[in-house]
Write a protein that binds this ligand. Structure first.
Ligand SMILES: CCCCC/C=C/C(=O)SCCNC(=O)CCNC(=O)[C@H](O)C(C)(C)COP(=O)(O)OP(=O)(O)OC[C@H]1O[C@@H](n2cnc3c(N)ncnc32)[C@H](O)[C@@H]1OP(=O)(O)O
Length: 286
């Protein structure tokens, strides 16, 4: 029963393009803001975000990420490692320009694709890991927590600092955080708008390991993916989805409601003023 509902909900959100032959994993259908490299020996795919300067989650980058995740899954790769081709920033989170004085139809499209991206990563059928080779604030952190394992390089920050600029996270984002961290830590960190240093993130369990270099981080993620070798892939996928069912159901139950609530909130003066000050702060930093 539960398995059927999981499979059913997956069908709803993932029009899988598995009819194509995808071993080459070309990015022809997308804007080229992601690259996929499959290691011939291990069969593990590395998915890199490649949108200078800081991998902000624009509509196009989110579209390309979803497309790439689908391709990697369809190609029956053994696992997926999410990383960045920028050596300072994993992802700066949502594109703030899309949220400032937004065009209403575009904002709806933007939020819907952000929901889609989270679902695609959260329900990805193969093992996933994030090689966090740079800062990962806000939605950068949420993407990492949607993966099953996190390896981070030193001297960067990760966390959801939304309250610092009057942002309110959706419940499914909070649950994503809470699937990795104890509830009391999530509550405090979200309220404080805390960005954890790599060391702090390791201490609280937001990340699983620290790596000395990107190469090491990728190797550590690959070693994690290798730990599933003895598991039957279908049983593993169904078990993963069963473990994640309640978090995902929270969003799938009322996607339209979440969209409405977020769009309404983004349009409030409280949010727009906080965002304006945050954007100014980013400019002044220079
Ligand atoms: C209901 C509401 C939603 C709630 C959930 C929210 C989710 C989100 O993800 S909101 C996004 C929050 N993200 C941030 O606040 C990150 C802001 N960025 C930074 O802190 C830094 O850029 C950095 C630490 C990620 C990297 O620092 P650095 O390498 O020094 O790069 P710059 O700060 O100089 O940035 C270069 C360039 O990019 C612009 N920029 C940075 N982040 C964003 C962004 N998230 N959206 C749009 N643009 C961004 C920055 O302004 C610079 O632009 P230029 O001045 O034109 O070069």
């Amino acid at each position: 029963m539960l398995r059927n509902s999981l499979i059913g909900s997956l069908r709803q959100i993932k029009p899988i393009l598995c009819s194509q032959s995808l071993r080459s994993l070309s990015n022809g259908a997308n804007s080229g803001l992601t690259t996929i490299e499959v290691d011939d020996k291990s069969g593990i795919a590395t998915l890199s975000m490649n949108l200078p300067p800081v991998n902000t989650l624009t509509l196009n980058l989110m579209h390309d990420l979803i497309d790439s995740i689908n391709q990697i899954e369809c190609n029956k790769s053994r696992g997926l490692i999410l990383t960045s081709s920028n050596d300072k920033v994993f992802s700066a989170g949502l594109d703030l320009k899309e949220l400032y004085k937004p065009d209403q139809e575009r904002l709806k499209e933007f939020w819907t694709i952000f929901q889609d991206l989270w679902l695609a990563l959260h329900l990805c059928g193969i093992p996933t890991a994030a090689a966090i080779n740079g800062h990962a604030p806000a939605a950068g952190c949420i993407m990492a927590t949607a993966c099953e394992y996190r390896v981070m390089l030193p001297d960067f920050v990760i966390g959801v600092h939304a309250t610092r600029f009057s942002f309110l996270v959706s419940k499914w984002m909070m649950l994503s955080y809470q699937s990795v961290l104890p509830r009391r830590i999530v509550e405090r960190a979200l309220n404080q708008g805390k960005l954890f240093s790599t060391q702090e993130a390791l201490e609280v369990g937001l990340i699983d390991e620290v790596a000395g270099s990107k190469k090491e981080a990728l190797a550590q993620c690959a070693a994690f993916i290798g730990t599933f070798d003895k598991a039957n892939p279908i049983a593993r996928t169904l078990t993963k989805r069963m473990c994640r069912d309640s978090d995902v159901t929270e969003l799938l139950r009322d996607r339209a409601g979440d969209l409405r609530a977020c769009v309404d909130y983004i349009n409030t003066p409280l949010f727009q003023e906080g965002l304006s000050a945050h954007l100014e702060g980013l400019k002044e930093k220079k």
